[in-house]
Design a protein around this ligand. Structure first.
Ligand code: GDP
Ligand code: MG
Length: 600
């Protein structure tokens, strides 16, 4: 296939606007997969993806397409994960393309991630083909979406917009023709030194690390000695080929092509997304700019629950990391929770995914602490320390200044919920930056907000104050100084380090009172009274007492239905599994999450 008959493109959209379903239709229309191989959202292969109905990993597939006038093309489709946590993957995937389909749901209109992805694609100078999807739905309003796209600067003329229904296959032929006509063929030449971008990688038990690459210049073939430019590490190419759900080995991958690379690499951190591959004996002089290690921004402790072992957890974390190099963990000994790990994630969804995989794929019983961000602390001895675990936050006396990470948040909502969003952002210490009307009823609000304030339950709260009519996306916006203090919790007179939390001074009292009250509800009664205290340094600012237990829990049910009693006992047993013994007090998992909440 000649280079001018190749098109590399991606599908970008807000979550649920139909990317994976459109990918299915493209696979079907081009006969890339047999009907037997096709199921719904074929490219979402992970169990969790299928369950949650979202794309977590980006996927890549090569389609063969014959145009209406009979010319053959190779189309490389890179499906992208839509969620903010994985925006680095989206941006790398876009780097591998010359064009993108920007998909918008005809009933929902432009959403926060539509805007974010559109900006990413435009920064990369990609040709953008706007597509309005789900026009089969009765509430579809393509005219309204067209005008939003114009307002946003996606297109000048709404005649450029293709109307489609990924469910029914409408618009698919037009989309394929537009890909060939509007997106340019990949540049680059085969005679140049090899220059290939890794835009995805994963671990395979049999073959080691498999990298998905886009060749920009030169040719890569088995036997070649390659180097990874950010690390200088050397490998020998074992196999290259193209992807059609399965891998199809080829003699080589040439300039402009997209495919996979296997080189007997055992450690996934050796073939990281964003890195450049070149030939050892004839290296390119210009690696891709801007390679960056994805940096964890949300942290939490993961500990074995009662009856679980540290060794099993450690083993599972090591195995999981083979597949996901972007989460980090280090052993940490909590005086309360015992030996465990402090882990870092790209965001909250990422945290949830890792946690769920640990519990499901490795059948672990875990206690996790509430998520937090990393702070920069300047101590009185002139040292700057990055602290990602509140329990390790130095005592307030020693601190000169504290900086916390900020984000720039884009929120799209309806006119009638603007007030509620203003109020919520005010509570989250947000600073208003800008607002832009997308049409008469929808508005795009931009805020600066501390990441720590949104790293907890922000998204749920946003959805609840807007009855679901708001979407949210963000980019990182550096560190800023803030007046922060550490709250510590004492249960039965002992410091429960895993409940330490960093809060803004103005919120400290409210938070402390709420926390004490909440813990009183969540920690079960014992044979003795249990005092709960919340302190800043040595000053107690809130206290509650859990009264001693008097009756048998099942007592109120005596004489009642036996199965109900059994159920209650079972539920108690279940509850016990997720407890941690702390001295003589049992603390349930929910208590560790209580610090995420706040009184409204
Ligand atoms: P993604 O998150 O962008 O990959 O979205 P999915 O492809 O997973 O689709 C989200 C939901 O929208 C699924 O329930 C699809 O069946 C549905 N969907 C996708 N395209 C269409 C369409 O054209 N019409 C209708 N009615 N539903 C669609
Ligand atoms: Mg999807």
């Amino acid at each position: 296939m000649s280079q001018k008959n190749i098109r590399n493109f991606s599908i970008i959209a807000h979550i649920d606007h139909g990317k994976s379903t459109l990918a299915d239709r493209l696979l079907e229309y081009t006969h890339t997969l047999s009907p037997r191989e096709l199921r719904e959202q074929t490219l979402d292969t992970m169990d969790l993806e299928r369950e949650k109905g979202i794309t977590i990993k980006a996927h890549t597939i090569t389609l063969s397409y014959r145009t209406k006038d009979g010319k053959d093309y190779t189309l490389n489709l890179i499906d992208t994960p839509g969620h903010v946590d994985f925006s680095y993957e989206v941006s790398r995937a876009l780097f591998a393309c010359e064009g993108a389909l920007l998909l918008v749901d005809a009933t929902q209109g432009v959403e926060a991630q539509t805007v974010a992805n559109f900006h990413l694609a435009r920064e990369r100078n990609l040709v953008i083909i706007p597509v309005i999807n789900k026009i089969d739905l009765p509430l579809a309003n393509p005219e309204r979406v067209k005008s939003q796209l114009k307002k946003l600067g996606v297109c000048k003329d709404s005649s450029e917009v293709i109307l489609a229904s990924a469910r029914e296959g409408k618009g698919v032929p037009e989309i394929l023709e537009a890909i060939v006509k509007k997106i340019p063929p990949p540049p680059g030449a085969n005679h140049l030194p090899l220059k290939a971008l890794i835009f995805d990688s994963f671990f395979d038990n049999h073959r080691g690390v498999i990298a998905y690459i886009r060749v920009f210049e030169g040719v890569i073939k088995p036997g070649m000695k390659i180097i990874i430019m950010s690390s200088g590490k050397e490998f020998k190419v074992e196999e290259v080929g193209i992807l059609k759900l399965k891998r199809y080995p080829k003699e080589s991958l040439e300039s402009g092509q997209v495919g996979y690379l296997i080189a007997n690499v055992k450690n996934i951190s050796d073939l990281r997304v964003g890195d450049t591959v070149t030939e050892k004996d004839n290296p390119t002089s210009k690696p891709f700019p801007g390679y960056k290690e994805p940096k964890p921004v949300v942290f939490c402790g993961i500990y074995p629950a009662e009856g679980e072992t540290f060794e099993r957890l450690k083993n599972a974390l090591n195995k999981l990391r083979l597949n996901d190099p972007s989460f980090t963990f280090r052993p940490e000994n909590s005086p309360v929770l015992g030996p465990g790990f402090h882990c870092g994630f790209l965001g909250l969804l990422h945290k949830e995914i890792v946690q769920e995989r640990l519990e499901r794929e490795f059948d672990l019983n875990l206690i996790t602490t509430a998520p937090n961000v990393a702070y920069r602390v300047l101590t009185s001895d002139g040292e700057v320390r990055e602290i990602d675990n509140p329990a390790k936050f130095p005592s307030n006396k020693k601190i000169e200044a504290v900086e916390e990470p900020f984000i720039k948040a884009n929120i799209i909502t309806q006119k009638e919920y603007m007030g509620a969003v203003f109020e919520l952002l005010e509570r989250k210490r947000g600073k208003f930056l800008d607002m832009k009307w997308l049409d008469t009823s929808r508005v795009l609000l931009t805020y600066n907000v501390p990441l720590g304030e949104v790293a907890t339950k922000f998204y749920d709260e946003l959805k609840s104050v807007t009855r679901g009519y708001a979407t949210f996306d963000y980019e990182h916006a550096g560190y800023k100084e803030a007046d922060l203090v550490k709250l510590e919790v004492l249960v039965n007179g002992k410091l429960l380090d895993a409940l330490s939390v960093i809060v803004h001074k103005e919120k400290a009292y409210l938070k402390a009172r709420y926390l004490a009250k909440k813990l009183k509800e969540l920690i079960p009664r014992h044979q003795f009274a249990v005092p709960i205290q919340v302190a800043i340094g040595s000053r107690i600012i809130a206290r509650e007492t859990i009264p001693a237990l008097r009756k048998d829990v099942t007592a109120p049910l005596y004489g009642g239905d036996v199965t109900r009693k059994k159920k209650l006992l079972e539920r108690q047993k279940e509850g016990k599994k997720r407890m941690k013994r702390f001295g003589s007090v049992n603390v349930p998992q929910e208590a560790f999450m209580a610090i995420m909440e706040e009184e409204k």
